[in-house]
Design a protein around this ligand. Structure first.
Ligand SMILES: [Zn+2]
Ligand SMILES: [Zn+2]
Length: 207
């Protein structure tokens, strides 16, 4: 990716850590955290009161120094986003993009929609471009497009949800509850009349 210049951002999306004249010194964890939460707040208009629904409050953002392969990871049920500390300490330019990507996963999960890399997912990611912030060119939309899940299963104890493309032949038990209680809770199909409705609507979108 070419080094972005200040002029490529819309002024309201600028942050001092994205200034290329800042120099390539490592950024400490507290600065990274306030940087990330700053963008989390700025991104809220993309994820609140949307036609699909709202992101629930209270997403935790953490920097993980052991992450190597990925830039970010969304833990949907725990409402936690992990970001690659080593990578972003050296180069924070893709941090807003990565955060937006992971927030899109959590937002879809909160809306009871398939949180995977579906058409709907990339439709939201397209909105990120309006900020003028740097985009990860390696995330290619067509290569990773996943079909929308048709069925949702939910744990009757903790309400953790699974999105699957085919009806399950075997019941799945909830690992979270088993870890906590030692009891097996089996996921039940969740009745989602409006899932079909939303899928009809999303067909109009062509990325
Ligand atoms: Zn993803
Ligand atoms: Zn559970």
């Amino acid at each position: 990716m070419d080094a972005p210049t200040i002029q490529t951002f819309k002024p309201q999306w600028f942050h001092p850590l994205l200034d290329p004249s800042r120099g390539g010194t490592g950024i400490d964890r507290p600065s990274l955290e306030s940087f990330a939460y700053d963008y989390y707040v700025r991104f809220m208009p993309f994820f609140r009161n949307q036609p699909e629904g709202s992101l629930l409050p209270g997403v935790q953002i953490e920097f993980n120094s052991r992450m190597k392969q990925k830039l970010g990871l969304a833990h949907l049920f725990e409402r936690r986003i992990s970001l690659n500390q080593k990578y972003f300490a050296k180069d924070p330019r893709l941090l807003p993009y990565t955060l937006f990507h992971e927030l899109t996963h959590v937002w879809l999960y909160d809306c009871l929609l398939d949180p995977g890399h579906t058409r709907r997912f990339y439709a939201k990611m397209n909105e990120f471009r309006t900020t003028g912030l740097p985009v990860d060119q390696d995330v290619h939309i067509h290569r990773r497009l996943a079909p929308e899940a048709k069925y949702i299963y939910s744990c009757p104890n903790c309400q953790n949800r699974w999105y699957v493309r085919e009806k399950l032949r075997h019941a799945i038990y909830c690992g979270h509850c088993f870890e906590k209680t030692g009891e097996e809770f089996f996921a039940r199909p969740l009745d989602r009349g409006h899932l079909q409705f939303n899928q009809e609507q999303s067909r109009d979108f062509d990325p």
